[in-house]
Design a protein around this ligand. Structure first.
Ligand SMILES: Cc1ncc(COP(=O)(O)O)c(C=O)c1O
Length: 449
């Protein structure tokens, strides 16, 4: 990939059978020695990237509509982010932010504390990953409230370590054989607007989900006084890019206020500009007590953050720490990422709309697309039976495979939803290519009704 090439000149191009000869050799080596728990969606062996495009080791070029699971926020090799990383590498890689100071660590925390004004004055703890942010927030919530219980939602994904996995209720495969989980975790239903009962409005569907928590959980399963925190994804990610009505998140805020429970927004996937706002809390206009960020924050370098109201981050010196959290190079990447994202937020909203509208047009032609939803570049395209709305086994996987062979990188989520989470620099050029390939692939894989 010639770095002088502008993104507008790039197009997907698949020249070999897939995987090509070099990719085949690497995959064979990988399969001989790596953990069998890895998923490996399709045989992409990435070599280099620019903007929204990835070249594999055989010189095939792909358009990326999933950004390494919503991570490469500024696209591949963004000059501002790459420049900041190179500068940090030449200075100091690591000093341990738990014990010492760097300029970039403090500047990043100060920047993150400035977002989501409704949260008031905030303090920030830096982590290596989304899961570590979840674990830290569970500890912080217990420390601050002196309560032990947690609530999260069916369909929610919060990570795979024991605390985070106790909150996760996305796929049985992720939990089976790993229990027992931490005690005191209850799960509630997340509103499913698409499948709401006839005659119910989306807003009513959000309110009903809150009423159900009070009617079922708080009267039969746990006293709200035992809950330290409610963990919720403002838009469910792995669960299927499910967008709740605003009434749901506002109702949760009210419920938490009434019972002294902390409201934690897991914005690991929805944060850093993905919804067209820096954080989805702003999109929904609901302020949590604790907001968790990761994935896109470092444009691909590992970094996460626990952002909490100052009045809640009351844990004491030495009660929590992290060796690598807030690594100097990751901090430099995160500051540069946020600088880029701040500038392109209006473009994310406009281009997200362009992509959503294009997908809705495709839905008119391919009735198995039963829903296109989500703000900014957090768009779910659900594939299901057009009348029963039941998922059609295999179609999502087939579409992923076929698109890959045509040079388009897609990624599913939930039972049968394709998530469109491209690098946030994705523009009209990339969107028109993606829609064109998608249309061709749907022609072949979508069942005719
Ligand atoms: C909403 C959400 N929370 C937490 C996590 C876990 O983050 P990580 O994989 O960085 O540990 C993920 C990962 O997909 C996620 O989507």
């Amino acid at each position: 990939m010639n770095r002088q090439t502008t993104n507008a000149q790039l197009r997907p191009s698949v020249k070999t059978g897939l995987p090509g000869p070099r990719a085949r050799a690497i995959i064979a080596m990988d399969e001989s020695c790596t953990s069998p728990s890895y998923i490996k969606e399709y045989p992409l062996v990435a070599d280099r990237g620019q903007g929204c495009f990835i070249d594999d080791v055989d010189g095939n070029r792909f358009l990326d509509m999933m950004a390494g699971i919503a991570v490469s926020a500024t696209g591949y090799a963004h000059p501002h982010v790459t420049g900041a990383v190179k500068e940090a590498i030449d200075k100091v890689w690591h000093i341990c932010g738990t014990d010492f100071y760097t300029d970039s660590f403090s500047r990043l925390c100060s920047k993150l504390a400035g977002y989501v004004p409704g949260m008031g004055k905030k303090r920030v703890f830096l982590t290596n990953s989304g899961t570590e942010a979840i674990e830290g927030a569970m500890k912080l919530a217990r420390f601050h409230t002196r309560r032990k219980g947690f609530m999260s939602f069916y369909g929610g994904f919060h990570g795979r370590t024991m605390g985070a996995l106790s909150l996760t209720a996305s796929k049985v495969r992720q939990r089976e054989n790993f229990g027992p989980f931490i005690p005191g975790v209850v799960h509630a239903e997340y509103p499913d607007v698409l499948r709401r009962p006839a005659g119910m409005t989306p807003d009513e569907c959000g309110i009903e989900a809150i009423k159900k928590i009070e009617r079922q959980l708080f009267s039969r399963v746990t006293s709200p006084d035992e809950l330290a925190a409610i963990f919720v994804e403002p838009v469910q990610g792995e669960g299927g890019y499910v967008v709740p009505p605003k009434t749901f998140l506002k109702g949760l805020r009210e419920l938490c206020d009434r019972h002294g429970i902390l409201l934690v927004f897991d914005e690991v996937q929805s944060g850093v500009g993905r919804t067209g706002e820096m954080y989805a809390a702003d999109y929904f206009d609901v302020a949590p007590d604790i907001l968790l960020s990761a994935k896109g924050l470092g444009s691909g370098l590992p970094i996460g953050a626990i952002i909490a109201r100052e009045s809640i981050m009351t844990w004491t010196r030495g009660s929590h720490g992290s060796t690598f959290g807030g690594n100097n190079v990751s901090c430099a990447a995160a500051i540069a990422t946020l600088e880029v994202v701040e500038k392109i937020l209006p473009g994310i909203r406009a281009n997200g709309e362009l992509l959503s509208n294009g997908l809705r047009k495709l839905a008119e032609k391919h009735p198995c697309i039963v829903d296109v939803r989500g703000p900014g570049f957090m768009i779910g395209m659900e594939l299901a039976h057009p009348v029963t709305r039941e998922s059609i086994p295999g179609v999502m996987g087939e579409l992923e495979q076929m698109a890959f062979r045509e040079g388009l990188l897609l990624l599913g989520c939930g039972a049968s939803t394709i998530r469109f989470a491209p690098p946030l620099v994705c523009g009209p050029h990339e969107i028109s290519i993606a829609l064109e390939i998608l249309d061709r692939c749907l022609e072949k894989v979508a069942p005719k009704q």
